[in-house]
Design a protein around this ligand. Structure first.
Ligand code: GCU
Length: 665
């Protein structure tokens, strides 16, 4: 049977190596569990059993009794592990997986399976790990009618019309996949939210989904529509300071917790891209967020208030808008509020500098929001592994408290001493059999979960893990696949937006090139607003002689990026308008470097195709053919991007394409 990708990385085919199987069989004869085990612990035992039976090719019974070679699951307090950390250790009579909570033990079981699946030997097994970030969430941009905003893998996996009566078996598989990588929360619906989710009818549906997620340690959250008190509450206003509005939210929230006792909380997009919000009543984001936090009251839930805001036809630089609205509110938010900030200041471009709010709001816990659905990165057609993109942001040094003040240390709460912390990935999941459309999109879901758990992991190590679990363990093939994965994001940047170009894609669809776009309802939705090409040069001057967005960063960052000679070429055109003939640190003129990147980027897709061809014997034939076909489209579209951009910018530069790039055939 062809592998249709449904099983994701939870692939438990029998290990091919007899020696490895035998070694594990001796360690995994049975699984022992106390009689009064909770549903989550039973789930943990069941998952471990399922995995081991498949991988080892023989039954692994779950029982209350022991015996040599048993794996014991045990909840036990352990101050060193936090709430969700696990420990796997070798005991006299077998292995033990412990953790302070049921969910911790569940994570330990998946960690053990990962060891087996990736071909590690069981010798002297001693592992422990705990998550660095507390709230590790997927954000679904799914609508009640089954569409997914910026979704490229079919329709929504949530079948609202069937809920609560029918639970698609897929919900449980979704929960398994998430738990296996440590994701502990899901926002079910689009940030451009429908008020409908807050009605009693929909809360029953949400409760049914929460029931599937609960044994997997996953809580459900909802995006809320700010004007809900008006739209479904019959009130004349949604002013957060109006007593009736407050009362309405309090009553709704109590109702939610009656229906879903472990509800996680609210995600809010307000006063952004036409969504209503507290500013409609002369209030600010803190007024809105704090009102919801008070509605949550003693319930164990949080408010995640998004900082993705910009005004229609703003006269300034869109880069600065979120900062200007949110930074002055630092210290004004209720302790239950986190502010959710996209990785970069514009909008999930293929490469952005880190968002200047990181490090600039020390009194507010900030959630890092990254996008797994490839809205600006070739949808489900282009192969782009996002591990390096997410890591680039996490590792970026804000210098807010001196060197080493990384975005990761802001987000995990360690730098600014917050106990609340969170990270969110905008999901790339849909109803396609293989979940993510592009088979390699699965690696982005996987990498997000692993980095949310431990941001110190390297994106290359995660790529290798995913490849071994999902595609093949044949060493040369693993090397070839990971090579492609690790380079793929840089290659995509080169043939679409090299040197810090941004937002020059097709309007509204966000696919393909449209650098010539000069007219739109909004000035900041055109391409020319962002690239500023003219006869002199290219790029957005954000230094003190331009929009001065650089002033939002700490002095050390400002200094480095503010000087074209020290600004990394990857960020150059984000901050500088550079002359076409200006020599860059790479030794080439801007024009030559730009064209070189476009041409070598497109050529590199050929290299990806060749590497992929080499692994053909080592992976499933249909999956191989699927990715190969998508790579052919990617190559065709890389040429489209290259030619469109180079020819368009050439109308300004009036320089020839370096002959070395276009050798006569
Ligand atoms: C992007 C995206 C929108 C989305 C928005 C958001 O602008 O194109 O579809 O609603 O981000 O993050 O709120």
């Amino acid at each position: 049977l062809a592998d249709d990708g449904y099983r994701l990385w939870l692939k438990y085919d029998q290990l091919p190596e007899a020696g490895l199987r035998k070694a594990w069989q001796a360690q995994a004869k049975s699984i022992s569990l106390d009689n009064n085990a909770s549903p989550t612990l039973q789930t943990a035992a069941h998952e471990l059993q399922l995995g081991l039976q498949g991988l080892l090719g023989r039954p692994v019974p779950v029982s209350a009794s022991g015996g040599k070679g048993r794996i014991r699951l045990r909840v036990a307090p352990d101050a060193a592990l936090g709430r969700e950390g696990y420990r796997i250790s070798a005991q006299k009579d077998g292995l033990e997986i412990t953790g302070p909570t049921d969910a911790a033990v569940l994570y330990g079981c998946f960690a053990l399976l990962r060891q087996v699946q990736t071909g590690q030997l069981p010798d002297k097994l001693s592992l422990s790990s705990q998550p660095r970030i507390q709230h590790r969430l997927l954000n679904h941009w799914d609508n009640p009618n089954g569409t997914v905003e910026r979704g490229y893998a079919g329709s929504s996996i949530w079948k609202w019309q069937e809920l609560p009566e029918r639970l698609d078996p897929r919900y449980q598989d979704y929960a398994r996949a998430n738990a296996s990588i440590g994701i502990n929360g899901v926002v079910l619906n689009n940030v451009n939210a429908s008020a409908r989710y807050l009605t009693p009818e929909y809360l029953q549906k949400v409760a049914a989904l929460a029931g599937v997620m609960r044994p997997y340690g996953i809580r459900v959250y909802l995006s809320v529509f700010w004007a809900a008190p008006k739209v479904i509450g019959g009130l004349p206003t949604s002013d957060p300071l109006d007593p009736k509005v407050k009362q309405w939210w309090k009553a709704r929230t109590d109702e939610i917790y009656k229906t879903i006792p472990d509800f996680g909380g609210f995600l809010v997009k307000a006063n952004s891209e036409g969504e209503p919000g507290p500013q409609d009543y002369g209030r600010n984001h803190a007024d809105g967020a704090n009102m919801l936090a008070q509605a949550l009251g003693a319930h164990d839930g949080v408010v995640m208030w998004r900082a993705f805001v910009y005004k229609a036809n703003s006269k300034g630089d869109r880069f600065k808008e979120a900062f200007e609205e949110f930074q002055p509110l630092d210290g004004k938010f209720d302790p239950k509020v986190l502010v959710q900030v996209k990785n970069g200041p514009i909008d999930f471009q293929a490469r952005e500098p880190f968002h200047p709010l990181f490090g600039a709001m020390p009194r507010t816990p900030l959630v890092l929001e990254v996008q797994l659905t490839q809205e600006y990165l070739g949808f489900a057609t282009h192969l782009v592994y996002l591990g390096p993109l997410i890591k680039e942001c996490l590792d970026a040094d804000t210098h807010s408290q001196g060197p080493g003040s990384t975005v990761a240390s802001v987000v995990d709460g360690s730098l600014e001493k917050h106990s609340l912390s969170g990270i969110a990935g905008v999901a790339n999941i849909g109803s396609d059999r293989n979940w993510t459309g592009h088979p390699v999109g699965q690696a982005n879901w996987y990498a997000f979960g692993r980095l949310a758990w431990d941001h110190t992991l390297s994106s290359a190590a995660i790529a290798e893990e995913w490849t071994c679990m999902t595609l093949t363990r044949q060493p040369q093939a693993v090397a070839a696949v990971t090579d492609v994965l690790n380079q793929s994001r840089d290659i995509y940047v080169r043939y679409t937006t090299p040197l810090g170009l941004h937002h020059i894609m097709g309007q509204s669809l966000h696919y393909g090139p449209e650098p010539w776009l000069a007219k739109s309802d909004r000035a900041d939705w055109t391409s020319v607003y962002y690239h500023k090409a003219d006869s002199v040069g290219l790029g957005f001057n954000r230094t003190a002689t331009g929009s001065n967005a650089l002033s939002l960063y700490a002095p050390a960052v400002r200094q480095r990026w503010g000087n074209p000679a020290t600004c990394p070429p990857d960020y150059l055109l984000w901050f500088h308008h550079v002359g076409w003939g200006q020599q860059l640190s790479t030794g080439r003129s801007l024009w030559d470097e730009l064209t070189t990147r476009y041409y070598t980027g497109a050529d590199s897709v050929r290299w990806m195709q060749q590497r992929w061809e080499q692994i053909k014997p080592a992976v499933d034939a249909e999956l191989h053919a699927d990715v190969a076909a998508r790579l052919r489209i990617q190559h065709r579209e890389a040429l489209w991007w290259r030619d469109a951009c180079v020819l368009y910018f050439q109308t300004f530069s009036r320089r020839p394409i370096p002959p070395a790039l276009t050798p006569p055939t």
